[in-house]
Design a protein around this ligand. Structure first.
Ligand SMILES: Nc1ncnc2c1ncn2[C@@H]1O[C@H](COP(=O)(O)OP(=O)(O)OP(=O)(O)O)[C@@H](O)[C@H]1O
Ligand SMILES: [Mg+2]
Ligand SMILES: [Zn+2]
Length: 350
């Protein structure tokens, strides 16, 4: 309230020469409108509930672009033409709040593919050489080093008739997922279980302290998207929607400066996010744009809207009284547009 942790306005708005243009959009309530989506920046689609945002982005832009890029999906809604300079784009990603596998066998490090290196590190230790352990012995997904009783799950599921299943810690490995002998292998005083139970923050400093810079760097994107507090081994099934979304973002940051650019589409990514988390989300958006990707977000949250490089405002109202392109441009332009409801709220923020 006193503004000390306010989300700052960006120092400057990005501009772009590349656009995707949809003409004659008329699915659902859309009133035969022409809309241009700039690339390589943060575009936010705004408007009251029922104004046509999801229809425009999820039913027209996404399926059409997906098909143009060689993918398969739902048939797009009605429009006249789809044009643009998007030859750099290799993929379009729709990121909802449940984007990563909800399996007890995947976790943040397996998702960003850092676990392979951790296993390799343990396989290189003296004791592993002596006993003939390979990288696969440090996996809980295949036989070898994992606990045989719980098959590396760490717990045992008891089916209860008419009630939710009960998960009991595995008696044999005590929830540690691995055989006792495998846990005897240590790297600088920590075994594989200790590593899986450390937070991303701790693991980054531990690995850099012990000259495993490559590994530390691998984990860095998770810290960058604000997930430093999550443990390496926390199973994906227990992550919150916002956390899962940010892991997905981190996995794209890991890929580095590839030439394969992506367009990311989000429908209300701030739902359920605290003010503090919105800041982190914005930071990861920036990081993706720095790498040459593009982002389109459907959003009601004014803190995120004010940080847009470009706004597409639909309305003026919902249902049949919506579906028009009310305004578009930088937030400063929307704010002075008397027809835009979004503008009224933006004014107070700028
Ligand atoms: N499958 C459908 N069939 C008929 N009408 C639909 C369908 N889906 C959406 N609509 C209508 O089209 C209009 C625009 O809906 P849309 O979902 O695009 O709104 P929105 O701007 O995304 O709203 P919100 O902010 O609430 O998500 C609404 O009046 C809605 O009732
Ligand atoms: Mg919607
Ligand atoms: Zn076990």
């Amino acid at each position: 309230m006193n503004g000390t942790s306010a989300i700052a306005l960006p120092a400057k708005r990005r501009t772009s020469k590349n656009f995707i243009t949809i003409k004659g959009a008329r699915e659902h309530n859309l009133k035969n409108i022409d809309v241009s989506f700039p690339l390589n920046m943060l575009t936010v689609v705004t408007g009251v509930s029922g104004s046509g945002k999801s229809t425009l982005v999820r039913r027209l832009l996404y399926p059409t672009l997906l098909k143009e890029l060689g993918g398969y999906g739902e048939k797009a809604g009605h429009f006249t033409s789809f044009t643009g300079k998007y030859t750099d784009l290799k993929s379009v990603e729709f990121v909802d709040q449940n984007p990563i596998g909800r399996s007890s066998r995947s976790n943040p490090v397996t998702y960003i593919k850092a676990y392979d290196e951790i296993r390799a590190l343990f396989a290189r230790q003296k004791l592993s050489n002596l006993r003939g352990y390979q990288a696969k012995h440090f996996s809980f997904n295949v036989d070898g080093g994992r606990c045989e009783v719980c098959k590396g799950e760490g717990d045992i599921t008891v089916e209860m008739q008419f009630m939710a299943d009960v998960h009991l810690q595995c008696d044999t490995c005590k929830g540690k997922r691995f055989k006792k002998e495998v846990l005897e292998v240590q790297f600088e005083g920590k075994n594989i279980d200790d590593i899986l139970n450390s937070t991303i923050d701790d693991a980054i400093s531990f690995f850099s302290q012990h000259e495993q810079d490559k590994l530390a760097k691998r984990l860095q994107p998770l810290q960058d998207v604000g997930l430093g507090y999550v443990t390496l081994g926390q199973s994906s099934s227990t992550l919150s929607g916002g956390e899962a979304q940010r892991i997905k973002l981190a996995s794209f940051l890991v890929k580095g400066n590839t030439r394969d650019k992506a367009l990311f589409i989000f429908d209300e990514p701030t739902t359920g996010l605290h003010f503090h988390d919105i800041k982190k989300l914005l930071k990861s958006f920036d990081a993706l744009i720095e790498k040459g990707h593009s982002i389109i977000v459907i959003e009601h949250n004014i803190e995120l809207i004010k940080c847009a490089d470009h706004i597409i405002d639909l309305g003026p109202l919902g249902g049949d009284e919506g579906g028009d392109l009310v305004a578009y441009g930088v937030p400063e332009e929307i704010a002075v547009n008397p027809k835009s409801h979004t503008g009224t709220y933006l004014k107070e923020k700028l």
